[in-house]
Structures are given as structure tokens and as C-alpha cells.
Ligand binder design. Structure first.
Ligand code: NA7
Length: 549
């Protein structure tokens, strides 16, 4: 591990009490934290990024499991802030692998000189706002103290991993892995008996590759997921050159789109077209990208009958691939509308279940009861294995923020403010927590979008708001309670208009026992959201209060 800030001269200043003073502290050196560092430095702010991991990259540092790959196309899942960067970097595949994204992140950090602003291996324990001086005191788990004016949580939406809530996790005598904490050296499953628990994106990407190596693979599925073929392929030089010629237009289309991925806007209800025509439409978008199927009709995500036409189309595809009808049925989602749990893109996931060495266990019929010394037990029997892979996801959206002891004005804990679920203004700020910003926080499009588009928009908004405050001689920017209430109500109303609340998804906090059941993302559309934020900035930031403490 490299301590890049062993000599923080010029970047931060120490004091007698060993508290280091900076203008801005950013938590997390993933794609959002690095861009925030770049923008703050452009404003002339002394800025330090505190990163728990041993290297930069965030999600793409931690999630190294076999098959880990972004499900947004590489040429869209990349920074747009620098035309030179976008012209000089060449992607090799339609969908980028985890190692390729990590190489890209390093290229960006090298190119913009960001490494020396990042302090690695540094996990933040607490952040307390000082009512007297209007500054934040941040402490790390190692006991370091930082004093900062601006505090940006670039902690990611899916960064606090979770294990199954069953007895015995930890008693297993064999090798144990979590997809979000995968070893840095390749893991060899050759000839081994492997169990994978979890069939979200991570499980669905890893399972086909583990199956190729394992002697025997048992997949434990709690909820069948909708997955579509990625149809990944090498990216030709010609295709890349062509795209680069029109990159600006393409970026603009992404920014004004619904999900941050440009797809034609739907104009019809799925129920007003002839079934053959609808089927042909679904065929035409099948395997093209993550959002095409959901974006085919105006009512796909708001009307249960319209949605069912897309859901049944996917089930048909599963039946076409999976030979055993019973296995095909178990793999077919029937308990939530299409798209209300995050759909997946896969490479050969369903066909994997045709392999003789792969078995599927339906946990809805026979729930997991415990992890044992030798494997996994369900209500029916014990499965003895050599290796246990948890692909069991994350305490999403709020998990990493609440893992820190964050206290705002009057010492009020964020956990207290969010006891009934997250409230925020724009998913960017929480009233009573001045100068604290969340990048892609709950209440913003975040996980319902191409994260790169949303990250850049939020980072730019924060940098512009801070610059605006400084230009008027203020140091503190704080959302008002009214603005927060109005926005939180709006997020809920828009969410309730859709089918999303019907699913037991991590969007709803339903995968973590005891977590408040609230739809945490904003489904009003990336383009609409951006336009709203831009208008607020143009109007002098109504809903935000500016002061000097
Ligand atoms: P996900 O999508 O949250 O998937 C986790 C999976 O693990 C999912 O199938 C869960 O079933 C399952 N799970 C979680 N807890 C349990 C327990 N206790 N018992 C059995 N099964 C369990 O996480 P991923 O890492 O796959 O993907 C996260 C995101 O990363 C993805 O959406 C992309 O945005 C990238 P459940 O559905 O909760 O019934």
C-alpha cells in the first residue's frame, strides 16, 4: 500500500494539535472522488481524498470477481469532461472489464496529476460539524484528524457489502469469497465443489466463468432475476473512430436522456400496439443494451400489464435457452415486475444451467438455514462444498454514509435524521449538514442511471455551488428544510407512480433486514433532473442558504 500523502506539504497544513487543515476533504477515490479532486483543485482549494482501499478506483478496485464487467458501454461509461481524454483513450471491448476500467482510472489519475491528492488505506470513522466555526472535523479509524470547510461523500452507492443473515457464516472450513472483496490474485476453482449464493449482477456475471472451472457448482437463488444477453464484442478501431467524431453530440444525448444512455424516446403504450408488432419491437432491442427493453414503451415501468409483456418476453427467452423446463421455470422471475430489481446483462448465464456440473437450488422453496463447517444447509438438506462464494450484494445507497458517525448542526447524527429512510435535497445535501455533499446520493437518479453521467453532473454542481458561495464571500452552503421536504416528497411521489415499490429490491432497502422501506433513487429522469439542477444554479440556488458559519 502506498501512502501518497506521507508528506502532505502543499496539500494540507498541520497544526499543533496534529489536526490537518484543508479547504476540502473528499471521502472515496472512485470515479466521483477523483473528478471532485480535479474540480476542487481547479478552484484553487487545497483538497485531500481519503480512501479506505489500497488503491484508487472505488467499485472497480474492490469488485474483481471473475467476469466483473460494466453493463454500460465503455464509450458511454467514461468521463466526458475532457475532450482530449476521450479522444486519446482507446477501449478494447463494447463492455469494459473491471481490469480495463481500473487501467482507465489510473490513466486519468496520471494524466491529471491526481495521485498525490489521495491518501490510501484511510477509512473515515466520523465527521462532526462545528456550530461555532462552520467547519467539519473528520477523524479516521487510525485516529488522524482533519479540519475542513467542504466535505464531499464520494462513497459510492454500492460499497458496503453484505453477507446472508443466517447463523454460521464464518464457521465454514473451506475457502470463502465475497464478490465485492475478491482476492487480487486469480482464484482457481478447477475441479472443486463450489457454492454461489446470490443471483444479482455479480452472481450472474461470475457464475458462467466459475462453472467452466468448477468440478461441481451449486447456485443458491433467492430471487430469480431478469437478465439479457450482453452480446459483448471487441470494439473495432473503425467503430471507435466513428464514435469519437461525434462524441460531443453523443454525450449531450446521454445527459438529456432518461437513464443516461441515449435510446430513442418511447411514444406509445405497450398495450395499444398489436402483440406481433410489440414482439418485433422487443426483438429489435433485445441484447442491444441494458435499458432498451424498459424504454420501449411509455408505460413499461408504470403499468403492470404493460410491464408483463416485457417480463414474459424475457421468460420466453429463458425457456428457449434452458433445456430443462423445471430449471427454466425456477430461473423465470414471477415475483416482481421487469426492471423493478436491477436487470442484468450476462454472457451465457442461462446456458450455464444446461451444464451437467451446474445445479440450481430455489431458496424460495427451501430457504437457507445456516452455513456449516462443510457447506450450506437449506430447510431440505446440507450441501457440502469446498468453496463458498457470497454474491449477496450491498447495503445500498445509505450503507456507507451511515457506517460513519456523521453529525450535523447541534450534533445531530445523520442516522437519527434518516431513521425513517433517507431525506435529502436533490440527493446532494441534507438540511442541517452544511457543506456536506453526497455524490449520487439517495434522492438523485444515481443507480437508475449511467453512473458516469450522474457523477459528473453532481461533481460539477458541487464545484459550481462552492465557487458561487466563495464569489459572494460566503463559506457555508446549506439546503433549507423546506427545500429538502419538497424534494423528498417529490422523489417519493414519482417513485410511487411507478412499479418500483412493488419489488423487494435494494432500491427499496428490502435486502437488509430492518432497513426502512423507501424507494431511494429518483426516477424522474436524468435529463429532467439535470435541467432542474441547472435552473436552480441559474436562479442563484433557491433552496440553499449561504452564510459564513
Ligand atoms: P445484488 O444485486 O443485491 O444481488 C445480491 C444477490 O444475493 C441477490 O440475488 C439476493 O437475493 C441474494 N441474497 C442477498 N442476501 C441473501 C440471503 N440472505 N440469502 C440468499 N440470497 C441472498 O448485488 P450484486 O453484487 O449482484 O449487484 C449489485 C449491483 O452492482 C448491480 O445491480 C449493478 O448495479 C452492479 P434477493 O434478490 O435479495 O432475493
Amino acid at each position: 500500500m502506498t501512502d501518497t500523502l506521507a508528506q502532505p506539504a502543499g496539500t494540507a497544513s498541520g497544526s499543533a494539535s496534529d489536526t490537518r487543515r484543508v479547504d476540502a476533504l473528499v471521502v472515496g477515490a472512485g470515479l466521483s472522488g477523483l473528478y471532485m479532486l480535479h474540480r476542487f483543485r481547479e478552484l484553487g482549494l487545497t483538497t485531500v481524498v481519503l480512501e479506505a482501499g489500497g488503491d484508487i478506483g472505488g467499485t472497480w478496485y474492490w469488485n474483481r470477481y471473475p467476469g466483473a464487467r460494466c453493463d454500460v458501454e465503455s464509450m458511454e461509461y467514461s468521463y466526458s469532461f475532457s475532450p482530449e481524454l476521450e479522444q486519446e483513450w482507446d477501449w478494447t471491448e463494447k463492455y469494459p472489464t473491471q481490469p480495463e476500467i481500473l487501467r482507465y482510472v489510473h490513466h486519468v489519475a496520471d494524466r491529471f496529476g491526481l495521485h498525490d491528492g489521495v491518501r490510501l488505506g484511510t477509512r473515515v470513522a466520523s465527521a462532526h460539524f462545528g456550530d461555532e466555526d462552520g467547519r467539519w472535523t473528520v477523524t479516521t479509524e487510525a485516529g488522524e484528524r482533519w479540519d475542513t470547510e467542504q466535505l464531499v461523500m464520494a462513497t459510492g452507492c454500492l460499497s458496503t457489502s453484505k453477507l446472508p443473515e443466517i447463523p454460521g457464516v464464518g464457521t465454514f472450513a473451506g475457502r470463502t469469497f465475497h464478490t465485492a472483496h475478491w482476492p487480487h490474485d486469480p482464484v482457481d476453482f478447477t475441479g472443486r465443489r463450489v457454492a454461489v449464493i446470490g443471483t444479482g449482477s455479480s452472481g450472474i456475471q461470475a457464475i458462467p466463468l466459475i462453472a467452466e472451472q468448477a468440478g461441481d457448482l451449486t447456485v443458491f437463488q433467492r430471487t430469480a432475476n431478469f437478465s439479457m444477453p450482453a452480446n459483448n464484442a471487441p470494439l473495432s478501431d473503425e467503430a471507435q473512430t466513428e464514435r469519437k467524431k461525434t462524441y460531443r453530440e453523443h454525450r449531450e444525448a446521454a445527459r438529456t436522456s432518461g437513464f443516461g444512455v441515449p435510446v430513442p424516446e418511447a411514444t406509445q403504450s405497450a398495450l395499444e400496439v398489436d402483440p406481433d408488432e410489440r414482439h418485433a419491437k422487443y426483438e429489435s432491442v433485445w441484447g442491444r443494451n441494458l435499458v432498451g427493453l424498459l424504454a420501449s414503451y411509455t408505460d413499461s415501468i408504470v403499468d403492470a400489464d404493460a410491464n408483463e409483456t416485457a417480463a414474459e418476453f424475457v421468460r420466453e427467452k429463458i425457456r428457449e435457452v434452458v433445456h430443462d423446463p423445471e430449471t427454466a421455470e425456477t430461473l423465470s422471475p414471477r415475483d416482481h415486475p421487469f426492471g423493478t430489481k436491477r436487470p442484468c446483462l450476462d454472457s451465457g448465464y442461462y446456458a450455464t444451467f444446461n451444464r451437467p456440473n451446474v445445479h440450481l437450488v430455489d431458496l424460495k422453496k427451501t430457504p437457507l438455514t445456516e452455513v456449516t463447517e462443510h457447506g450450506v444447509r437449506t430447510s431440505e438438506r446440507e450441501y457440502e462444498v469446498d468453496d463458498l462464494v457470497f454474491a449477496t450484494g450491498f447495503d445500498a445507497m445509505t450503507g456507507s454514509l451511515l457506517a460513519m458517525d456523521v453529525r450535523g448542526r447541534g450534533g445531530r447524527p445523520l442516522a437519527d435524521k434518516w431513521a425513517d429512510g433517507p431525506v435529502s435535497h436533490l440527493g446532494l445535501q441534507v438540511a442541517g449538514f452544511p457543506n456536506l455533499y453526497m455524490i449520487t446520493g439517495p434522492g438523485s437518479p444515481s443507480v437508475l442511471s449511467n453512473m458516469m453521467v450522474s457523477i459528473e453532473q453532481h461533481v460539477d454542481f458541487v464545484a459550481d455551488a462552492v465557487a458561487f458561495a466563495h464569489a459572494r464571500g460566503d463559506t457555508v452552503v446549506e439546503s433549507t428544510e423546506d427545500a429538502e421536504r419538497g424534494w423528498t416528497d417529490h422523489v417519493r411521489e414519482v417513485g410511487e407512480y411507478t412499479l418500483y415499490p412493488r419489488a423487494d429490491s435494494w432500491y427499496m432497502g428490502a435486502n437488509v433486514p430492518g432497513k426502512p422501506r423507501v424507494f431511494m433513487a429518483y426516477i424522474g429522469g436524468v435529463g429532467n433532473y439535470r435541467a432542474h439542477c441547472d435552473q436552480l444554479a441559474a436562479d442563484g440556488y433557491p433552496g440553499f442558504a449561504f452564510s459564513s458559519t
